[in-house]
Structures are given as structure tokens and as C-alpha cells.
Design a protein around this ligand. Sequence first.
Ligand code: PLP
Length: 452
Amino acid sequence: MKKQRYERPLIKKLEDNMPNKFGMRKEYLPMTHIDDVSVKELIDQYGSPLFVISERKIRDNIRKAKTAFETRYPKVQFAWSYKTNYLNAVCNTFHQEGSWAEVVSEFEYDKAIHNGINGSKIIYNGPDKTEESIVKAINNSSLIHIDHLDEFYTIRDVAIRLNKIARVAIRVNMDTGIYPMWDRFGFNYENGQAWTALNKIMHSDVMNLVGLHTHIGTFMLSPNAYAVAAGKLADLAIGIRDRYKHEIEYIDMGGGFASMNKLRGSYLPGTDINPTINDFAEAITGALISSNFGPGKLPLLILETGRALIDDAAHLLGTVISNKRLSDGRRSTIIDIGVNLLFTSFWYEHNITPAQPFTQYSEDTVVYGPLCMNIDVLRENISLPLLNRGEHVVIQNVGAYNMTQWMQFITLRPRIVMIDMEGNPHVVRERESLERLLEFERMPDHLKDFKL
Ligand SMILES: *Cc1c(COP(=O)(O)O)cnc(C)c1O
């Protein structure tokens, strides 16, 4: 007979079925499958840890977002924010759903071109656009969103040299009632910087002012801030029309809509309190429709929303390494997912769900990753049932930023699998190997040999 595991006895007040001030405790269930594919089989086949992306969920999310905006406003265009998740399989899913590409560096620009995006459907943002990339962007008729005046002069000089017209917009920053203000990108609305930049563009004969852009922040919890921002961009657009008889083609409201994650320190789960895409759509389109554009003159509305469309489409699967008691008696569980793979654990309280049935007794637990670093804490405090060594967990809502901000640190980066619409998993990124990493290293001759 197999030896049973010893579990240290524990006296605990029973809280089952005790209502707290928000009502009954929610029952919670193991997460054994993702899109009908078994978590255990995924780990057996592809290893642990493992990122798993749901193609179905991505398509669902972008379709819902399009419906939210298109039912409220006549002309809408989405552009996928590459830095939020620039895996080619993810980008192409969005492109198949009609999204353009929104990029913030030359590397991302090249990635979008590599994915086959027509240059005129690339929105080029960011404070560091290399001169070489500006040459490409002008040659490809991309939409260049100017961040500062030094960039304005570079674009002007390149356009003169190429004898081409650059399609440009400016990024505008402004007071939307949310503090601290994001005023490090673009030109300020309140102090007149935005108008200075617009006047310079309008007086240049190598630039065509095609739009106005803002991106007011990230994980925004206030739809009203977007209404304020849309109103201010509309005022600029109407000011340009009146002053120069020039009509811009689009207003780009950026991204930053909150996903359904729970911020650290927040009392209630994100699903209960975070605004939905419909709330943001209502705020933005309401402000534009109520502004002074004449009938039939509303500009195209561009959205660059990232996290809200991808967060809940990805899961991170992992395996329990060990359980042990800390010096104060608290239970700690060590799993094979470190903060190097889950950057967002620094600001979210991610749900960690067992991937197999469990006993009803849960206990406050600290969840650590496998790194030999004190900071490697995924959850300071989460109520979990006992998870035995070798059992699996699923961390939900990890699609935004983790697969771009991750790093090799002590461990290498794992595989990423995407489950297609028919429930077939596909590897969309291989796990890293030592050989691959060594390709980047060079050894000076005098360091090649040693004797110990
Ligand atoms: C990062 C970024 C986005 C996407 O932001 P999310 O918070 O992921 O929605 C959109 N536009 C610009 C300019 C960005 O830098």
C-alpha cells in the first residue's frame, strides 16, 4: 500500500457558509481544462511551466470590443498594441480580426512588417524612433505619431531628403483628472505645447497632419477620464479646421482600458468593480458625438487597446515543487513559476487555482516561485487547499505584458501553446535552451582554458 502523506494538524475556525459583509463565500472549483483541453495533458506533453493562449478568447474579446464601439460610432478601427503581447501568432489573430498594428520601437515596426502588415496600417508611437525607422515609416506611408520636437525636426529632414510627404499625428498629453498625469509622452494640451507642434506641422510642406493621438495611462479605472480626453482632442481637431481649413482623418484614443485583474490592495475582485469595454466605449463615443463636428464629419476613431483584449486569453500552468512551514507556522507552497515569468504579480493579485480536485479545507498560504531570490513571491497570502508535490496549478489572466516583459533569470523561458478554435494545441514559441543562449556569448581567447 502506498504510504499516505503526513499533513500537520491544524485548528481552524470553520468559515464555510458564513456570510461576510458581501454575502456568501464563493465556491471555487479546480480548473482541470482550458478550452476543453486537459491541463494535465498539456503539461505532460509540453512541459511545466507552460503558457497557454486561447485563440477563441482572443477572437471573442476583439469582436466584443468592436461591437461595443461600432454600435455607438460610425467609423472605428482597432490597432493591436504589439508591446502588450507581440507573439506573431497573437498578432496575426488580431490582424485576421481586422486590427492594424500599433508599435513603439523599430524592432516592433520591423516585426509588424515581417507579419505582412501593409505599412500604411502601422501606427508608429514611442519616444525613440530611430532615423532609419523614420525612413522606413515615411517610405511605407505609416502613421507617425510625433512624441517631441526633436523628432519633429528629424521627420522633417528625412522627408525633405526623400522628397516625400510624411503622414503624421501628434501625441497629446493632458489633465484628465487622473493623477499622476502621464505628461512625459507627447505635447501638453493645457500649456499650449500641443498647439505649437500643430502649427509647426501645418506650416511644413513635407508633412500631412492626418490625426491626433493620446494614450492617457494604463489599467485605467475611470471611463470619464477618456471622455475628458476625447473632448480635448475634438477641440484641437475643430481648432485646426477653423484655423487652417484642414480636416484631420482620425482621432486615436490609445489604449489602457483595465482588464479584469485584481490590483494589489484592492478589496474586491476586478470582475466586480473594473469598468467594462462598454463603459469605455460609451464615454469615448459619447464625448466625440457631442462635440462640434458637423454632420457626417466625425473622424475615424482608432483604439489601441492592449491588455483588456488579451489578459484573460492566457493562462500560466505550473507544478508544485514543495510545501513547507515558515518559522511563524504559516504554510508556504513553492511552485515552478517565478516572477521572471510573471511580472504582473508585482501589481496584481493573480488567482492561483488547483488543476485537480482538492479537499475542502483551505489555509492561508504564501506562494513562492523557484528562484533563489527573496523577492520571488507570487502571492503573499492566498487561501489554498493543500497541494501535493507534482500537482498542478493554473494562474489566470496573464496574457498582457508577461510574454513580452519576461526574462531569463535563473530559469529559461518556457514554451507557449495556443489552443485553436477546434481545441487543437499548437506550439507558438519554443522553450529556450542553453545552446540558443550560448549563441550570443563570445569567449576571449585568454579566458578559454583554466586548471583547477
Ligand atoms: C502600451 C500602449 C498601448 C496599449 O496599452 P494597454 O494598457 O495594454 O491597453 C496603446 N498605445 C500606446 C501608445 C501604448 O504605449
